[in-house]
Design a binder for this molecule. Structure first.
Ligand code: GTP
Ligand code: MG
Length: 248
């Protein structure tokens, strides 16, 4: 497969942004990566991801910031959904995230439940300056449990972190909520300043890529076992487990 090169060198980034300090981002990316343009056509692995949460919390703004590096102050409510792609090369493989940015309005909710089913990961967004949007996470989790695959991964994002003076939801209460609900990733973010916007999707790509490798490795072990190639495995040797995960 011949690969299209990024059109400009500015498309390629291998370092994390200046906002991306360890304090703000507790989940640094463990692999070297290269961001690729949105219209990059080739890929090795592709995953579907859905962004959900109340109307106005900044789902579209975060996605636009991560993919197109833009931010608009004006509010244009999403009607139904909008589709984005986020491409990144990790460990020599091009990972494509197909992002469904959905509308928060109840009117269109039945429309978006169709996307839940095929998504590998759901990003639930609330705004740190609105307690109501945080309390509604419960409802979004219920929606996910009803309509998505049981093994869907869930991230929680507290957006509008730049509005510190208007804060209604503490970081600690969100962390506690994640602990109770077994949500493994929580970040505060700001579509306005760019804080963690790209990280949300980079971390998603990394996590899904790791899962994919684990799945492939297990599948290979099973195939080898069935075809009788892996004699060690037959004898109960677990050395092949060392191959799982990671790359560079
Ligand atoms: P729906 O499409 O209706 O579900 O809303 P949404 O969640 O996509 O919200 P959207 O991204 O359209 O943002 C709503 C408003 O919040 C817009 O006026 C944005 O400019 C503003 N906004 C979004 N993110 C941020 C942020 O991080 N900080 C600040 N200060 N404003 C933000
Ligand atoms: Mg929107």
């Amino acid at each position: 497969m011949s690969e299209q090169q990024p059109q400009q060198s500015s498309d390629v980034k291998t370092e994390q942004t200046s906002n991306d300090t360890k304090k703000d981002n507790p989940y640094p990316i463990k692999y070297e990566y290269e961001l690729l343009p949105e219209d990059y056509t080739n890929f090795d692995i592709s995953f579907k991801l859905i962004v959900i949460g109340d109307s106005g919390v900044g789902k579209s703004s975060l996605t636009n910031n991560a993919v197109k590096n833009v931010f608009e102050e004006s509010y244009n409510a999403t009607v139904g959904f909008e589709f984005f792609t986020f491409n990144v090369r990790m460990c020599g493989k091009v990972v494509k995230l197909q992002i469904w940015d959905t509308c928060g309005q109840e009117l269109y909710r039945s429309l978006i439940t169709n996307f839940y089913r095929n998504s590998s990961l759901a990003v639930i967004v609330y705004a740190i300056n609105s307690k109501e949007t945080f309390e509604n996470i419960e409802m979004w989790l219920r929606e996910l449990r009803t309509h998505s695959s049981p093994d869907i991964k869930i991230y929680l994002i507290g957006n509008k972190a730049d509005l510190e003076k208007e804060r209604e939801v503490t970081k600690e209460s969100a962390e506690e909520y994640c602990k109770l609900n077994k949500i493994p990733i929580f970040m505060e973010a700001s579509a306005k300043t760019g804080l963690n916007a790209q990280n949300i999707f980079l971390k998603a790509a990394e996590m899904l890529y790791d899962d994919y490798n684990l799945y492939q490795s297990k599948k290979k072990d099973e195939d080898d076992f069935e075809s009788g190639k892996d004699e060690n495995k037959k004898l109960g040797d677990t050395d092949s487990d060392n191959k799982k995960g990671g790359c560079c």
